[in-house]
Structure formats: C-alpha cells, structure tokens
Design a protein around this ligand. Structure first.
Ligand code: ADP
Ligand code: MG
Length: 464
C-alpha cells in the first residue's frame, strides 16, 4: 500500500487552518516514514525554525489528522534530521501497515548518532500503547464512570476481576482512550508486563499475513505470551471465520492463564453480527459496560482539559459554546476545539466567544438543521398548552418549569444559539440555568424512553 498521506493531510490542514498555514509551514515539510510498530510518524522539516514552529503550534492537529488518515489514534510525531539541500521534497512516502515488522527507523539522513537516538526513542514505545491516552487525561462523567471504574479496577488486579472487560459505545466516546489508559497504567506499575494494544482490524491482517507467510505458529506464540491484551473494535472480526477460530484459541489460552483481556466494540456482544457463538459468549464472560454520550457538563470539562493540554485555556463561555455546538461525539468536540484554537493562533487573536462562533459557524449545525428560537418556543408552548409568554416568564409552577426546560433543551439542540442567547430568550436567565435545564432533560431521557419519543415528535413538528 503506497499512499500519499501527506498531500491528503495538507488538504485537511488547508480546510482547518487555511492555505496560508499550509503554504508557510507545511508545504516545506515531508513525511519520511510511518512506522506502524511504534505508531510513529517521521517528518522532515527544511530547517529548525519550521520544525520548532510546527512542533509548538500544530502537534495536536498533526496527531489528530495524520492519525485519522493512517487509521491509528494519536500517532507520535517525530522529526528526522534536518536536511540542507534541495532534495527535501523528493521523497516517496511509504506506508507500511505491517505491524509485525521489526522497528526499522530509517532517518532520511543517516548520521549515525542521531539515528541511534531515534531508534532508542522509538523503542521506549511498546505494544502500540499510546502514551497520550492515560487515566489522567480522561475526564470522568456520568456517561463513562462505570467503564472508567472497571478499567481502573482491571489495572489493579489484571486478569483477576473482570475478565474479559468489554467496553462498548458509539464512535468517538473514549473507548480507545480507556484501552490505552489500561495499558499505560499496568505498564507503569509492572514494567515487565507484556502488553499489546491491537485493533481487531490489524489482528485480522496480521493473521492473514501469518497464514500467507507460513508463520502461524509464531503468530500464536506471540499472542499467547501476552499478559494484557487490548483488542479495539472487536466487531471488525465479524464474518472472518478463520480469524475468529484463531482468536478463540488465543482467548482460551490467555483466559486460562489469568491474563487480562479487554475489548472495545461499537455494540454489545449479542449484537455483533457474524460472530461464532462460542466466541460471542466468551466476550460476555466478564464485565460488559458501556460509554454513552456525555452530558453538557462533561463535555465542558473535557474541553477545558484538552485546552490545557494544548497549553492554552478557554473561558467557561467559550467552552459552553463549543460544547453546545457538538452533539454527540468527543472526537468532533476535540476537532471543533482544535479549529478554534488553530484559528486564534493563526490570526493572533484571543479565543473569545465571538471568535469561536465565527470559526464554528460554517462547520457545525448546517443551515437546514438550524431553526428559529421562536419556532421552538411556539411549538413547545402549543404542545404543553401554555402561552409563549408563560414559558418565558419567571413563574415557577412545576409543570410550567418542566415545559420551559424542554424548550431550552430543544433550543440548544436545534438552533445555533449559545446558552447565553437562550437565557436571554427566557427573560434574561443565566447561561448556567440553561445548562442545568439541558442536562436535566438529557438525564431524564436516559431513564425514560417515552420522553425521548415525545421530544423526537416535537422536534419533527418544529422542523415542519
Ligand atoms: P472511541 O474509541 O470510543 O471511538 P476515542 O477513545 O478514540 O473514541 O476518543 C476520541 C477522542 O476523544 C480521543 O482523542 C479521546 O482522547 C477523547 N476522549 C474521549 N473521551 C474522553 C474523556 N472522557 N476525557 C478526555 N478525552 C476523551
Ligand atoms: Mg476507538
């Protein structure tokens, strides 16, 4: 597989940060190598200045998008030796998906000392576990507290409590993060533990190439020697009968030896199609726990933490705004934050609410989706048989308050108004009141399917 990942990446940077950034900084950089075994991307910059600038400003951007293009999460980004001379661009990018390949770092210019250093550094990263994903950087909220607690328990007594641990949930909600966090935590307390993080996809490929090259025995030996096996997105093993068969034996061997196994998936074992029954039942042998969409407060906490890790901080107001723009997915939430921060640093402006609104206006909540606040107010009022004026009044009658909270919730969901704007609609209420209403309705919906359906119906009415 030879792909020009870098030019695809440049297109994304152009969209995210503008063509000026691409022309000034990224065009002069080339991708020298992608080492799947260490999850490391090696770049080459034309000079120290460009390298430092990119490193300090665009690390997260590179990790996020190169990771996406390479189908890995948060790769490490390293720069090879600076090349002086014209052939800085004359590089063919080779993508090596084979995770079995021994770490073979080939810096563009092999000056003995620095390449040794590179190799040494690459080796400190083992078992595909990404150091950036730790428990420390994971924000715990009601949506993930069970999965978090279970993951943590597993690190205290690997193989003994929940085995296997099965974490499921929608895309971008932190499953992969938790798997890596388990790996990192166990590694920190037990240096000698053999830990392997592997996506089911890569497991399948590895298995196929083991068959092709007659290395099945070696393949099995490798897996059976593992102390902690973290398999991400296990659903991708569906309909791969032979791989399932091989995995079944590996599972049994590890399980019998009290080795910890952790899975993530987009759904419960019972819903994974094309899975052999005996494997399916084993997936559910231990603890099955889910992660669901975070409530607003958790989204805000995540944003603030991410901003800090990007060496900046954002005000509550900006965090509320970004959180209210992204509905369901933490990956998208991060993407929105990155766009805002990238734009602010590019244009040398502070991260204000206005700036965030401007940056996100074009990308989130497409026009067709966004409706008018008055329309929401009217429909909710009609549904609960109140006047619009009653809804926006200060009257705290219990039923009326509930209807008001529903209206706030739907406004947040369906319009592009900020919490503050919505507060204004309701007679100048504070943004925190609106936030409280939104999370309350979210909470209630989780325990009450009827309410969910009612709100869905109301949404349809509002859109008509
Ligand atoms: P999934 O594997 O469920 O699709 P990921 O684990 O890849 O999702 O998470 C997507 C992004 O969101 C990652 O960058 C991850 O660090 C971040 N993320 C998810 N949940 C949290 C959380 N609770 N706290 C901090 N970051 C989170
Ligand atoms: Mg994942």
């Amino acid at each position: 597989m030879r792909t020009d990942i870098w030019s695809e990446f440049l297109l994304i940077v152009k969209q995210e940060a503008g063509s000026r950034v691409v022309d000034t900084w990224f065009k002069a950089v080339s991708l020298r190598k992608w080492d799947a075994a260490t999850n490391t991307v090696y770049l080459q910059a034309p000079n120290e200045f460009v390298k430092d600038w990119i490193q300090s400003k665009y690390m997260l951007l590179m990790q996020t998008h190169l990771g996406r293009l390479l189908h890995v999460s948060m790769p490490r980004i390293m720069f090879t030796e600076i090349l002086d001379g014209a052939d800085a661009h004359a590089t063919v990018v080779t993508v090596q998906p084979s995770e079995q390949s021994p770490i073979s770092v080939v810096p563009a210019v092999s000056q003995a000392k620095s390449s040794h250093e590179l190799i040494k550094r690459a080796h400190t990263f083992s078992g595909h576990v990404n150091h950036a994903y730790t428990f420390d950087t994971f924000v715990v909220g009601p949506n993930n507290s069970l999965a978090y607690a279970a993951a943590h328990a597993v690190t205290e007594r690997p193989g003994m409590i929940y085995n296997p641990l099965f974490i499921y949930g929608g895309s971008g909600l932190g499953k992969t993060h938790l798997l890596h966090a388990i790996g990192n935590e166990i590694k920190a307390t037990n240096k000698d533990a053999t830990i392997l993080y592997q996506t089911a996809d890569r497991f399948v490929n590895e298995f196929i190439s083991a068959i092709r090259f007659d290395k099945i025995h070696k393949f099995q030996q490798k897996y059976k020697a593992i102390d902690v096996l973290l398999i991400d997105d296990i659903q991708f093993i569906s309909n791969k009968d032979q791989t399932q068969e091989a995995f079944f034996h590996i599972f049994n061997a590890l399980y019998d030896a009290h080795k910890q196994i952790v899975f993530s998936s987009d759904t419960v074992p019972n819903n994974i199609k094309g899975l052999a029954e005996r494997l399916r039942s084993r997936l559910a042998w231990g603890l099955v726990t889910d992660i669901y969409v975070p409530p607003l407060e958790t989204k805000i906490a995540i944003l603030k933490k991410k901003a800090e890790s990007m060496n900046g901080s954002i005000s509550d107001e900006v965090a509320y705004f970004i959180a209210s723009q992204v509905d369901s997915n933490i990956r998208d939430l991060e993407g929105a934050l990155i766009r805002v921060v990238a734009f602010s640093s590019l244009t040398n402006q502070a991260v204000t609410l206005e700036l965030a609104q401007k940056v996100l206006a074009s990308t989130h909540k497409p026009q067709s989706m966004s409706v008018d606040v008055d329309r929401v107010l009217k429909c909710v009022a009609k549904f609960y048989a109140y006047d619009k004026e009653q809804l926006t009044s200060k009257n705290r009658n219990k039923d009326l308050s509930f209807a008001r909270q529903v209206a706030m919730f739907l406004m947040k969901k369906m319009t592009d108004k900020s919490l503050r704007d919505i507060g204004v609609v309701f007679g100048g209420r504070d943004h925190s009141t609106v936030m409280h209403a939104v999370s309350k309705i979210e909470d209630m919906m989780r325990g009450d399917d009827m309410l969910g359906q009612t709100l869905k119906k109301m949404e349809e009415d509002i859109r008509v």
